[in-house]
Design a protein around this ligand. Structure first.
Ligand SMILES: CCCCCCCCCCCCC/C=C/C(=O)SCCNC(=O)CCNC(=O)[C@H](O)C(C)(C)COP(=O)(O)OP(=O)(O)OC[C@H]1O[C@@H](n2cnc3c(N)ncnc32)[C@H](O)[C@@H]1OP(=O)(O)O
Ligand SMILES: Cc1cc2nc3c(=O)[nH]c(=O)nc-3n(C[C@H](O)[C@H](O)[C@H](O)COP(=O)(O)OP(=O)(O)OC[C@H]3O[C@@H](n4cnc5c(N)ncnc54)[C@H](O)[C@@H]3O)c2cc1C
Length: 672
């Protein structure tokens, strides 16, 4: 009788334990730093315990892995409603609720209700409207979504075709989807879950268009969830990932809504049809900016989850030979393996600090905006557009590299990496497609650069554009200088300055050669995006350096974070060496030193790699990965995962009787 079983050993895999034993710093101390203090970590742990003591959360993993799309959606609705109920029962604050959503790490079917519908009501409704609609939404008496994107237009909001035509006779808006391309297409939770939608439509009064405004439209009956007259709504189909969410389509045919259903914080239509605006014209774009900021935090969660799985697995997987006399080494010993995974590890900490800094700036600016002061809006719009694009692009790419680094097993659903990549991939597209968002940043940078050239004193994230480039000397004079974080940051800043300067001069030159502005811009789009990326990279490195410098922590924690920060910056210079050389931010000597440093830092990070991912403190259910589980018993967990596979339910699959058996019989009878 074979002794091979799928039972999970009670003890930690000794290979992983060995890693934990040799960590140079206190993991718990770093965990507290990551979560904002001991109290917050404790609170998170309490919430985690409360959630995961319910066996449903474990069963949900099986439905996610093996259920049909419809079963997965249903389980996710159940999960959403369970969480909603728990929130009421335990009177969670918004912060506690956000923590629960972070712990769940999963697209909930009703996610749009809290990620966009409620924030949109908070930002776009008047106080009177809030007391009605926001109260209902927060009590889950209505479930809503944010319906902006159409089949024909997602990016170009001025091209949206859905109309809201004011009828002064009845004091109603008449909502219409005039063409196929005008149908709403993509909104999450729209297809089957929501009974209300915030529909973004072009306002028309007496035949005149007044731009895009938000309208609250009821879609389904509150008695039986049946679709209301004039409304056609459904699911848009299976996607690469995120299939627990019913992204939907919506067609409106002369649907009448009361005048008060237009959210009127930023613009009003009076009963007799007069239009009045308040605040800047882009005030109705406020919800998108909030989510762009949140996407940076999501990118941190994505890449840190991927790094946790990749590093723990690489510490328990043994393969091939390094020393011919020794046993097979852990694959984490191979320098190439470290080179695939440690950039994701360093990026996790970089994005932690960058997203924290962006969130702080957002909260400060939002408080000003609430007081009617919009001066920080342009800076915040551009910073959030750039960082949203940068963090999503880099995290998705890095997690795919980590998936590949796990060899064949990384390709299994049970590894959790494929699902992570596919769930995270839309971060690149949602809330403004990345290229388009980089170009928003580039447009702002060009204007600021022109301001600096004409002697304006700049402030905020672009203040460095008023530097005098003639004063720049590469601050790295020796190999040892390469470890100086301020010097590395200066190199990024100068690279960004030169990239911006070059494209600004080119656009100006093209326009002076009588090229129309739009032609000159389009001729330089690739370089404009390059400039926005260089600026975003500089901001992330700067936030990382400043974040580590400002930390109050023990010497070992500071040391390990400084090493990671140095590696992050050195790796970026090595990876984009062409740009750094071309801009003369570094010379060939410096590049060689920085590349050497990058490789030697791999060896310095190696002993702390497992501890650095343990500090993220992800629960096994949150990670949902046989390869990345805390105990390191990856093989047992992989084997265990096959038990729930419906393919293994019967010894002989029905397809044998249907197809294979008759086929084999036919083949065996055949004379050929
Ligand atoms: C651990 C596991 C985690 C897994 C993670 C999974 C994640 C999955 C996803 C989660 C769910 C996501 C839900 C998604 C929801 C959505 O996608 S909702 C739809 C979002 N749609 C968009 O974002 C549309 C993008 N387009 C735009 O924002 C705009 O059209 C535009 C590109 C910005 C252009 O706008 P337009 O009105 O055409 O403006 P212009 O005439 O070009 O003027 C631009 C000027 O306006 C300024 N500006 C633009 N936007 C803003 C703003 N938000 N705030 C302030 N100012 C703004 C801009 O700077 C220009 O200013 P000037 O240069 O001074 O003129
Ligand atoms: C999973 C998921 C969830 C979503 N959830 C919602 C939701 O809840 N509510 C909602 O309203 N929407 C939602 N969306 C829609 C999303 O916001 C849009 O897909 C997104 O804004 C991009 O717009 P698009 O699809 O029209 O892309 P397009 O604009 O068609 O982009 C296609 C290509 O054209 C390029 N391009 C377009 N314009 C320019 C330009 N000006 N300059 C240079 N290049 C350009 C882009 O870079 C891209 O390469 C969701 C989408 C996804 C994938």
């Amino acid at each position: 009788m074979s002794e091979i079983t799928s039972s999970i050993p009670l003890q930690i895999n000794p290979d992983l334990q060995e890693e934990r034993d040799k960590a140079s710093f206190n993991v718990t101390e770093l965990t507290h730093i990551i979560y904002g203090g001991i109290e917050k970590t404790k609170k998170r742990k309490r919430l985690e315990k409360l959630l995961f003591s319910d066996p449903f959360f474990q069963e949900y993993q099986n439905v996610r892995a093996f259920g049909s799309r419809s079963e997965y959606y249903a389980a996710s609705v159940k999960k959403s409603t369970k969480i909603f109920k728990l929130r009421r029962q335990h009177k969670w604050t918004d912060e506690e609720y956000e923590t629960v959503l972070d712990i769940c790490h999963d697209d909930l079917a009703l996610t749009l209700h809290h990620t966009m519908f409620i924030p949109a009501l908070e930002r776009l409704a008047t106080e009177d409207q809030k007391s009605k609609w926001l109260t209902l939404a927060k009590q889950y008496k209505i479930i809503g979504t944010y319906a902006q994107t159409e089949l024909g237009h997602g990016t170009y909001l001025q091209g949206l075709e859905t109309t809201a035509t004011y009828d002064p006779q009845t004091r109603e808006f008449v909502m219409n989807t005039p063409t196929l391309s005008a149908m709403k297409w993509w909104p999450g939770s729209l297809g089957k879950s929501s009974n209300h939608a915030l529909v973004l439509a072009t306002l028309i009064i007496s035949g005149k268009k007044y731009g895009m405004h938000p309208f609250l439209v009821q879609l389904r009956s509150m008695d039986d969830h049946k679709v209301l007259p004039g409304v056609r709504v459904g699911d848009i189909g299976a996607k690469m990932g995120g299939n627990s969410v019913d992204n939907g389509y919506l067609i409106l045919d002369n649907v009448r809504i009361p005048r008060n259903n237009m959210l009127m914080k930023n613009a009003q239509v009076s009963p007799d049809g007069k239009f009045v605006t308040r605040g800047p014209s882009k005030a109705n774009y406020a919800t998108m900016m909030l989510i762009r900021v949140q996407i940076c935090t999501m990118a941190y969660q994505v890449v840190s989850s991927g790094a946790t799985i990749g590093i723990r697995y690489s510490a328990v997987r043994r393969q091939s030979k390094l020393d011919p006399q020794d046993r097979e080494p852990k694959i984490l010993e191979y320098q190439t393996q470290q080179y695939k995974i440690f950039p994701g590890l360093a990026m996790s900490y970089a994005f932690l600090f960058a997203s924290r800094s962006l969130t702080r700036k957002y909260e400060e600016a939002f408080a000003e905006i609430q007081r009617g002061d919009f001066k920080s809006l342009p800076e915040l719009h551009c910073l959030s557009s750039g960082l949203k694009s940068f963090c999503s692009e880099h995290s998705v790419r890095q997690v795919e590299i980590i998936r590949q680094s796990c060899g064949g097993h990384g390709y299994l659903n049970a590894a959790g990496l494929g699902m992570l990549v596919n769930a995270a991939a839309p971060m690149i597209t949602v809330e403004g497609e990345n290229t388009v968002m980089y170009l928003q940043l580039a447009r702002y940078i060009l204007k600021r650069f022109a301001g600096a050239m004409s002697g304006q004193q700049l402030d905020g994230s672009t203040s460095y554009l008023s530097m005098d480039p003639a004063t720049y000397v590469c601050p790295v004079m020796s190999e040892t200088d390469c470890r100086n974080l301020t010097a590395l940051c200066d190199i990024y800043r100068y690279r960004s300055y030169m990239t911006v300067c070059r494209v600004a001069r080119q656009v100006q030159h093209d326009m002076e050669s009588d090229m129309p502005q739009h032609v000159a811009i389009n001729k330089n789009l690739v370089d404009l995006v390059r400039a926005a990326k260089a600026h975003s990279y500089y901001i992330v490195v700067k936030d990382f350096v400043e974040g580590v410098d400002a930390l109050v922590a023990s010497a070992p924690v500071i040391k390990v974070l400084r090493t990671l920060c140095c590696f992050y910056a050195a790796h970026g210079i090595a990876e984009y060496s062409g740009d750094f050389l071309e801009s003369e931010a570094v010379g060939l000597h410096q590049l060689k030193w920085i590349k050497n440093l990058q490789v030697s830092l791999l060896g310095e990070i190696r002993p702390d790699a497992v501890a650095l991912v343990d500090a993220f403190d992800y629960h096994d259910i949150t990670l949902s990965s046989a390869l990345g589980c805390y105990d390191g018993n990856a093989y047992e967990r992989l084997f265990k995962s096959t038990e729930n596979d419906p393919m293994n339910k019967e010894e002989v699959h029905p397809s044998y009787y249907q197809y294979l058996k008759p086929f084999m019989e036919e083949m065996n009878k055949s004379k050929l």
